[in-house]
Design a protein around this ligand. Structure first.
Ligand code: PLP
Length: 466
């Protein structure tokens, strides 16, 4: 439990200021203008606390990111030390700083063997955005300027800069926003739960690979730069692809001179039990891996694009006399963020947190599956510390409840009332906890979810939805 409390906050005034002036990302304005926001004021370990003093088990690691857990004083100290010694200086024009250099070498050590070069950004969206610019630049340099199109997937989430939002395939995320459609083509997501009726998982995998090959035939490999994929799709519903899918997609990429970009913003830094999942879990060797979130466990904003030796050979030579690699951010390689990441990685290693995920993860999966008996739980899926419940109206038909039933919100609210925060995404509920959950934590969480799901079924019945 939190052992410290924040200095007294004028919560009424903060609530008002927030409501009047803070445009929150992904705000639901249908309730915001009346209700405003809950303030989260304190945190420690697996817990967060709101301004009213309610304490919750954090079931979403902040936003899939606080991998080492909350309140790590030594990360705070490392950041403070760096901020007081040298908080910021440029990394443009052949200048660098100690934490950025150290971290680049550490990432090269942790990543698959051929990924030895790091381009820093400010988070996941900017990592993906920068990556696409670099990939286009790479093919321009190779004299293949037509290789521009990026193949992504429906329900993918790659962020919300213009380009990252265009890669994103969750339809509702782009309602009334524009996207760069000339640059991106979306393939089907790999959704085993909702795969075509009568298709085995093996046949489904064949079907998805064939769709990829057909898209290449139609667009032309000469016009395609890369295929980008989350090894397990996160915000789009924690979709675990059929066995061997990613490896087969990689083979198609290789055969067609298409780069494979793994968006490991969620899956890296332990969530699936390894620092990077691409090779360790899925036996693939992407040309580029992007990471953010767990890289610094959310203690400071940071993203990184890990680039292969082969690509670096091209990117690392001037495009013309007097030319420089003219892309990057003021905060690329920010010393305080990199110091946070270094300490975070030290903790992950020292406390064998990946091992904890490999041990407790299967237990979390097994225990969550015991909730399948609830009327609304159509599917429990995911892997290790990346899990999801899909709520349905009818398990046999897999029909969904009407949107206005807000089933994901109901389950999340019932869980929160009982001391657990999980994330509602439409009709889904996501569980993506700090990686320090133990078996005991899992038991507590399952007891809460069991009650929350029962209460949800009762309220849906009362309101005539079931
Ligand atoms: N890629 C993936 C797979 C993500 O899940 C996210 C965020 O959730 C992003 C990219 C975007 O990261 P950020 O919000 O740090 O820009």
């Amino acid at each position: 439990r939190p052992t410290h409390t924040s200095p007294a906050l004028d919560t009424q005034s903060l609530w008002q200021k927030d409501k009047d002036h803070f445009i929150h990302p992904f705000t639901d304005f249908s309730t915001f203008h009346e209700e405003g926001c809950d303030l989260i004021t304190d945190s420690e370990g697996i817990y967060v606390q709101d301004s009213r003093g309610n304490r919750f088990i954090d079931g979403i690691a902040g936003l899939w990111c606080v991998n080492v857990g909350h309140g790590r004083a030594e990360i705070g100290q490392a950041m403070a030390d760096q901020a007081t010694r040298m908080a910021y200086f440029s990394t443009f024009n052949n200048l660098s700083n100690a934490p950025a250099s150290e971290l680049a070498a550490k990432l090269a050590e942790l990543a698959p063997a051929h990924l030895n070069h790091v381009f820093y950004s400010c988070g996941g969206s900017t990592a993906n955005d920068a990556t696409i610019r670099l990939v286009h630049y790479y093919f321009n340099r190779l004299g293949k300027p037509d290789k521009k199109r990026i193949l992504s997937r429906n329900n993918a989430y790659h962020g919300t800069t213009y380009l990252a939002a265009s890669l994103t395939g969750i339809e509702s995320n782009n309602w009334d926003f524009d996207t760069l459609d000339h640059l991106v083509t979306h393939l089907s997501e790999a959704n085993c739960y909702r795969r075509p009726e009568g298709m085995s998982e093996v046949e489904y995998c064949d079907h998805l690979v064939k769709e990829f090959e057909d898209a290449i035939a139609e667009i032309g490999a000469d016009n395609i730069a890369a295929f980008i994929a989350e090894p397990i799709m996160g915000a789009g519903g924690v979709l675990v692809a059929p066995e061997g899918y990613l490896k087969r997609m990689q083979a198609v990429c290789r055969a067609n001179d298409i780069l494979l970009i793994a968006d490991e913003v969620v899956t890296a830094f332990g969530r699936l039990g390894h620092f990077f999942a691409s090779e360790a879990v899925f036996d693939t060797q992407p040309d580029i891996i992007n990471c953010a979130k767990g890289l610094s466990s959310g203690y400071a904003p940071l993203g990184a694009t890990l680039i292969s030796d082969e690509l670096y050979e091209v990117l690392g030579t001037p495009q013309r006399k007097g030319g420089v690699l003219s892309t990057g951010f003021t905060y690329s390689g920010h010393p305080v963020s990199c110091a946070a990441a270094l300490k975070n990685i030290e903790i992950l290693e020292r406390e064998s947190i990946c091992e904890n995920v490999r041990e407790v993860g299967p237990y979390l999966e097994e225990r969550l599956k015991t909730l399948s008996h609830h009327a609304t739980v159509g599917d429990v899926r995911g892997s290790h510390f990346m899990m999801c419940l899909e709520n349905v109206a009818d398990k046999a038909t897999k029909d969904l409840l009407p949107v206005e039933a807000r089933v994901g919100d109901r389950v999340a609210a019932e869980a929160q009332r009982r001391g657990l925060i999980i994330r509602p995404v439409g009709h889904l509920n996501i569980v993506s906890p700090p990686l320090i959950w133990t078996r005991d934590t899992v038991d507590q969480v399952i007891a809460i979810l069991d009650e929350a799901l029962a209460a949800t079924t009762a309220s849906l019945k009362e309101d005539g939805y079931l």
